[in-house]
Design a protein around this ligand. Structure first.
Ligand code: PMT
Length: 226
């Protein structure tokens, strides 16, 4: 007699998840922009892992060099402001929001309409910048807020700074990663993280981003059942 045990492997069946990934680009003039080193790998790995666990996934992505993943709703954005608007629109009705995007903290007040020309008289130029709105903070203040997961990209005092972001941004969970190391974090295929909430800290040692994504998704699916 052979008994087949059917394991229920889809832990997020029926759940709606919004994920942001990649960098944003803040224009200086029609040719140039200010951006950061995010490749999108971490956010895309989380999106694929959530799809594998049976979730209905919306991925809002800044400009990256990764192929558009299948089986999810894909939205492409460029500036921090367009990411803000897309998140605030698509977060309605979602159970979970994971903000992996490396959103620019500042953008130019008035981007130049024409290409900035070299000025031989004065080798210094200054750019007048203003702070961008915080996406997580805005989502945290919604009346029907989803389970809110932020990332903390830190170069020093990893745990302390991540905990500050968890509290200031009123998050349910924060994933702290060290972006000062060249073997993990930005652009690497590998990462290492501490998952921090008000109850506990879980350390996930260096592994590839797909594995880490699975650990994070499992952690979240356990947390939302608690
Ligand atoms: O893309 P990869 O190359 O794979 O690299 C992955 C990563 C290092 C980019 C990723 O793991 C990561 O740490 N993402 C968060 C990057 C970031 O902007 O961190 P932060 O500590 O500056 O911001 C904290 C949180 O606030 C983040 O969840 C961020 O999405 C959010 N934020 C930031 C600014 C803003 N205006 N609105 C926000 O919601």
């Amino acid at each position: 007699l052979i008994i087949y045990i059917m394991k229920n492997t889809t832990t997020l069946k029926g759940k709606k998840i919004l994920i942001s990934a990649g960098p944003t680009r803040e224009p200086i003039d029609p040719i140039r922009f200010i951006s950061n080193r995010s490749s999108g790998k971490m956010g895309y790995a989380l999106a694929e892992s959530a799809v594998e666990e049976g979730a209905e996934v919306t991925l809002i992505s800044g400009p990256v060099n990764i192929k558009e993943p299948k089986k999810l709703n894909f939205i492409s954005v460029s500036t921090a402001d367009s990411m803000f608007k897309a998140v605030l629109h698509h977060v309605i009705g979602k159970d979970i929001f994971i903000s992996v995007a490396a959103v620019s903290d500042y953008s130019l007040k008035n981007p130049y309409k024409k290409k900035l020309k070299k000025n031989n008289k004065d080798s210094l130029i200054s750019l007048d910048m203003e702070e961008n709105k915080d996406i997580l903070e805005a989502v945290a203040n919604l009346t029907n807020r989803p389970y809110l997961v932020g990332f903390a990209a830190e170069t020093d005092n990893l745990k302390k700074n991540a905990r500050k972001k968890l509290e200031n941004k009123k998050l349910d969970l924060i994933v702290a990663n060290d972006v000062s190391r060249s073997d993990i974090g930005f652009d690497s295929d590998f990462n290492e993280a501490i998952l921090i909430d008000s109850q506990e800290e879980v350390f996930v040692p260096k592994t590839n981003k797909n594995r880490l994504a699975r650990e994070i998704i499992n952690h979240i699916s356990m947390k939302i059942k608690e």
